[in-house]
Design a binder for this molecule. Structure first.
Ligand SMILES: Cc1cc2nc3c(=O)[nH]c(=O)nc-3n(C[C@H](O)[C@H](O)[C@H](O)COP(=O)(O)OP(=O)(O)OC[C@H]3O[C@@H](n4cnc5c(N)ncnc54)[C@H](O)[C@@H]3O)c2cc1C
Length: 436
């Protein structure tokens, strides 16, 4: 098997199609590999990995670019966007490496089922799942990684393997994602959900709204998963009138249950004050991307986050006292706090706190880094010190940060397994776990 046998395109700098193939959602920086393999199937992935190993080229993988951990300078990039197969059988979905959640949602819906997808249907289903996966129904159904039933992967020796629960490599891939190989397909369990009572509520009295949301989350059933983002919209004619030039709190809710119960639960939230927009409604799961309405991209941003064990009013005051970045809080707990098969750390955390700075492509991130450090410092009394692997992207994935996503024993075991499966760290252009 040789790179000449690859069925998809093999592209080098200067080739037509090279720039398009390496482009993705994150526009802050771009991969500049020596060679890109546009894989069409597991055979292409095997050929690419063997070629990389034989030529001493580190391997990067890209499906959509939403989670670009580090921009590859040199090396070999495997682009999986052509690996687009999805099949639903019983309550299991099998999907290939390049599939976005939107496709899985569409395929599952006619069976009365839904995947544990997240805010954006355009995110890649494989990487999201192997990074933990905090979905719209997370407090009810837990981490997506705990629902994985089989993993097909090409390891550093170029072999294609099918790993099942119980194998050490299966466990390592559930937490270590691309550190142990290139995953070509996943099989995951689906849940019997056809509709949500969900949507967004926008408040322009930001402090009242964030305090009100934080208080509201203290006593909610698992069926309710929610978040709030504080967003400053530019005064742009391209935006709908209610948002132009406004700083708003955007509360996003997803309730798995009957509309009447959802309305009753939402009443204290609606009582916080007037809403600029309130589009919470019963919706088919196929419309669930409208709850967050994440931007379609490409987008240049610097991102960082931390996990919080609690969110008292003083923590909200501290957060709101910091500068004008986009701040987001997601409510965890519920089923996320239960033990599961995946080495996802910090299951006791109750909130994620993310900071997102929009920048221009190629911008210097020094100011954003300083600002993010100040935000993290402001909430440090309530932080677990932990990270969530999926939210480590956008220029924030040095190994010290990655380590914070795991319990110490799990991290040590992952390092040992990395030594067994990829001692040469061929797979290092990622959220890297160096071998022990
Ligand atoms: C707008 C937005 C919304 C998001 N919403 C959520 C959410 O609700 N919940 C949540 O948990 N996360 C969320 N995330 C985070 C997201 O799940 C991660 O960034 C995830 O890694 C994105 O995967 P991707 O394939 O789309 O991105 P890519 O950038 O293509 O992949 C990210 C990394 O994953 C690795 N990788 C990708 N494919 C493979 C493979 N086949 N084999 C091995 N390694 C691979 C590579 O290291 C790659 O660099 C969101 C991110 C964004 C930007």
């Amino acid at each position: 098997m040789d790179i000449a046998d690859v069925k998809g395109p093999v592209l080098r700098p200067g080739d037509e199609g090279y720039d398009n193939e390496r482009a993705g959602f994150q526009a802050l920086a771009q991969h500049r590999p020596d060679v890109i393999v546009g894989a069409t199937d597991a055979g292409d992935v095997r050929a690419a990995v063997k070629y990389a190993a034989a030529n001493g080229l580190p391997v990067a993988v890209q499906a959509t670019g939403h989670g670009m951990p580090i921009a590859a300078e040199g090396g070999l990039l495997i682009s999986t966007r052509r690996m687009a197969g999805v099949r639903v059988h019983g309550d299991t979905a099998r999907f290939e490496a390049g599939v976005r959640w939107g496709r899985v949602i569409e395929e599952a819906a006619p069976h009365g089922l839904a995947p544990l997808s997240g805010s954006a249907p355009s995110v890649g289903a494989v990487s999201y799942t192997l990074g933990g996966g905090i979905g719209l129904m997370a407090r009810r159904h837990g981490y997506a990684a705990d629902q994985v039933r089989a993993i097909e992967v090409v390891t550093a020796d170029g072999e294609l393997r099918r790993e099942l629960p119980g194998s050490a490599l299966f466990w390592a891939l559930l937490g270590g994602r691309g550190n142990f190989g290139v995953v070509t397909a996943l099989e995951v369990g689906l849940v019997p959900v056809t509709h949500l009572y969900g949507g967004g509520l926008f408040f322009d009295r930001v402090a009242e709204a964030v305090h009100g949301w934080a208080a509201w989350t203290q006593d909610l059933p698992e069926e309710m998963t929610s978040s709030v983002a504080v967003i400053s919209f530019p005064d742009s004619p391209e935006l709908p009138e209610p948002f132009r030039g406004r700083r708003v709190a955007h509360v996003r809710v997803a309730y798995v249950g009957a509309r009447e119960d959802g309305e009753r639960l939402l009443a204290p939230l609606r009582a916080i004050g007037p809403r600029v927009v309130d589009d919470v409604r019963t919706m088919p799961y196929t419309e669930s991307g409208s709850i967050y309405s994440d931007p379609p991209g490409p987008l240049a941003s610097h991102n960082s986050h931390t996990l919080l064990r609690e969110l008292p009013p003083r923590a909200v005051d501290a957060l709101l006292g910091t500068e004008d970045a986009l701040l987001e809080l997601r409510h965890l707990g519920g089923a996320l706090a239960k033990p599961g098969q995946a080495p996802v750390g910090h299951r006791d955390a109750l909130y994620t706190q993310s900071t997102i700075s929009r920048l221009t492509p190629g911008a210097d991130t020094a100011d954003a880094r300083e600002l993010h450090a100040r935000v993290r410092e402001s909430v440090s009394p309530w932080s677990t010190g932990g990270r969530s692997l999926n939210f480590l992207y956008g220029g924030n994935t040095d190994p010290a940060q990655v380590r914070l996503a795991y319990e110490p024993d799990d991290y040590r075991r992952l390092q040992e397994l990395k030594g067994e499966w990829d001692a040469g760290n061929l797979f290092r252009l990622n959220a890297n776990i160096p071998p022990a």
